[in-house]
Design a protein around this ligand. Structure first.
Ligand SMILES: Nc1ncnc2c1ncn2[C@@H]1O[C@H](COP(=O)(O)OP(=O)(O)OP(=O)(O)O)[C@@H](O)[C@H]1O
Ligand SMILES: [Mg+2]
Length: 307
């Protein structure tokens, strides 16, 4: 992290005791996480670990079952548009663009939380509206320059290659002038060159004073980019620390490989299920057991549970 002795880091995001249950499934369990100004924080974990669910709790898409999320000292209301207005922007794991709108129009949509012109002004297209529209366009074009998409401003979003659609999502998120940007798998589907460029783009975003929390499966990308990394496993925060610490933690490797380790989140439940299944198998006729029953040797792997 590039801080000087005179810089005091401010807590931008403070998530405390965030739990999200879906029926019987606890997708996120009592997770604490902070992001400070000037930081890029990574969130890793196997498939189904609860990373996206956690993002959804942070951004008001889900109302957490328990816990609290604050942005710069103020508790965030669990409503996506209010969270955006407060200064938290995000991109989605499954790209959500307006595919039949142009690249520029997509960024303008992201800008609307920052325009003060109301409905009547927009309908009557008065001078205030025209001025606001011109300013929004200017800012949107700046963001397209920044993300390297300016030459494609008039292209339909659906005609962009996948990597550029991801960049456009970032440009649209930046249009709301956030203080914190949440990125859910920003390099998924990118080739190595695009991934490198995405890394540079995220550093540049951080250098503009926007704190970043990023989910990614590409470990080289995460460990290169982040000041701090937290690893979720089965909804619980297993490890948090510098890239070096997390990289060297055997439990993180074990969690990804699905091998057992002492005190693994969910290990007790898995052991109980396995014991119950073994008991059921012992008391079931052999032909019933052999009929397409799945292996029950999973330990701490990321298999999804049914709510
Ligand atoms: N709306 C929902 N209703 C019920 N269960 C859900 C819902 N959203 C997520 N889950 C479950 O919560 C768990 C965590 O899912 P989530 O998508 O957060 O994982 P993830 O860490 O983002 O995984 P991936 O790396 O594959 O994107 C999974 O078991 C998933 O099936
Ligand atoms: Mg996800």
């Amino acid at each position: 992290m590039t801080t000087t002795t005179t810089t005091t880091a401010e807590t931008v995001l403070d998530a405390s005791g965030v739990t999200m249950r879906f029926g019987g499934l606890t997708a996120v369990r009592s997770v604490d996480l902070t992001v400070n100004s000037g930081e890029i924080v990574g969130l890793i974990g196997p498939n189904g670990a609860g990373k996206t669910t956690f993002f959804n709790c942070l951004t008001g898409l889900y109302v957490p079952t328990e816990g609290r999320v604050s942005y710069k000292g103020t508790v965030l209301p669990p409503k996506p548009h209010l969270v955006t207005q407060a200064g938290v922007a995000r991109t989605f794991q499954n790209i959500r663009l307006f595919s039949n709108m142009t690249v520029l129009e997509n960024v303008l949509v992201g800008r609307h939380t920052r325009t003060k012109e109301g409905l009547w002004s927009a309908l009557l297209r008065g001078p205030g509206f025209k001025r606001a529209e011109a300013e929004s366009r200017e800012r949107a074009m700046e963001l397209l320059e920044f993300t390297g998409l300016a030459a494609k401003a008039d292209h339909l979003a659906r005609n962009l290659p996948y990597g550029e659609q991801r960049k456009l999502e970032i440009a649209r998120a930046l249009a709301s002038d956030p203080g914190l940007l949440l990125l859910d798998e920003p390099t998924a589907g990118m080739n190595p060159q695009e991934t490198r460029a995405a890394e540079d783009l995220i550093f540049a975003i951080r250098d503009q004073g926007i704190a970043v929390l990023v989910i990614e499966h590409d470990m080289r990308f995460i460990f290169n980019l982040c000041d701090r990394v937290a690893c979720l496993v089965q909804g619980e925060k297993l490890v948090e620390g510098s890239p070096e610490v997390v990289q060297g933690d055997d439990r993180v490797v074990a969690a990804y490989l699905g091998t057992p380790f002492e005190g693994a989140p969910g290990a007790e439940e898995v052991a109980e299920v396995e014991a119950a299944e073994a008991e059921a198998a012992a008391s079931t006729p052999a032909d019933a057991v052999s009929e397409g029953r799945e292996s029950t040797t999973r330990t701490t792997g990321p298999e999804k549970e049914t709510p």
